[in-house]
Design a protein around this ligand. Structure first.
Ligand code: BG6
Ligand code: MG
Length: 218
């Protein structure tokens, strides 16, 4: 096929945002400030280090570099407690059906995530071997909205960026896709993701016709 697909992980394939939230909230509690789900929206799609910086801005806290490193480790330990219990039941609606369709149609797809835990999460839910490549927080240096993660994904598929379709649930992710010159599909709240080229509430809304049409355009 002449098109390739790139999937974000957290919030697109699985709903791990709730586990990130619980782990960050625990840290905020220990530092003595309130951290809400609304605050958590700001952390979506950005790297672990950047997430900590935003959290500390929310709590108006300044800490030493050593403390920062320690918090990054303890937050991830708390997060791992949740994700090591994950099963295939936590794959979001429409994901399996869409991957099956892409396989049948011979359309390549890769993962494009900011998470360093991406391989572990994919193994937990049994999707690790399905992607042509996994581009994640271990393979890139520049965080979304930088296009690096998606450009590398396109390269892995040997597909031109302008022929790539990206599924994203984060504002920073939609921006990254647009910065890469790709077609960006926002998964989630349409108002929040208004910079996307197309919006859906979840992947059940993507029909086979949708890809057939895209392929004829290219
Ligand atoms: C992104 C999440 O996918 O990965 C962010 O949306 C998270 O919330 C980032 O901070 C980094 O994840 P991890 O697993 O490496 O801490
Ligand atoms: Mg996401």
């Amino acid at each position: 096929s002449n098109i390739g697909v790139i999937f974000d992980l957290d919030g697109v394939i699985v709903d791990t945002a709730k586990y990130h939230f619980l782990a960050w909230k625990k840290l905020a509690d220990s530092l003595g400030f309130e951290f809400t789900e609304t605050h958590n929206e700001l952390l979506k799609g950005v790297s672990r280090v950047r997430s900590l910086e935003i959290l500390l801005e929310v709590g108006n806290k300044t800490i030493t570099e050593a403390q920062k490193q320690a918090f990054l480790v303890s937050k991830n330990e708390d997060y791992l407690e949740f994700i090591t219990k994950m099963t295939a039941d936590e794959i979001l609606p429409g994901v399996n059906k869409l991957l099956n369709y892409l396989d049948e149609a011979g359309i390549k797809y890769v993962l494009g995530s900011a998470s360093k835990n991406a391989p572990l999460i994919l193994k937990q839910v049994g999707l690790y071997n399905r992607f042509a490549a996994i581009v994640d927080g271990n393979s890139v240096t520049k965080a979304k909205p930088d296009p690096e993660v998606f450009l590398l994904g396109a390269e892995k598929m040997h597909i031109k960026p302008e022929h790539c379709v990206v599924f994203e649930d984060a504002i920073a992710g939609i921006e990254a896709a647009k910065n890469a010159g790709m077609f960006a599909i926002g998964v989630g709240d349409k108002k929040t993701l208004h910079k996307a080229d197309y919006n859906v509430n979840n992947l059940t809304e993507i029909s086979e016709r949708f890809f057939e049409t895209l392929m004829t355009l290219n």
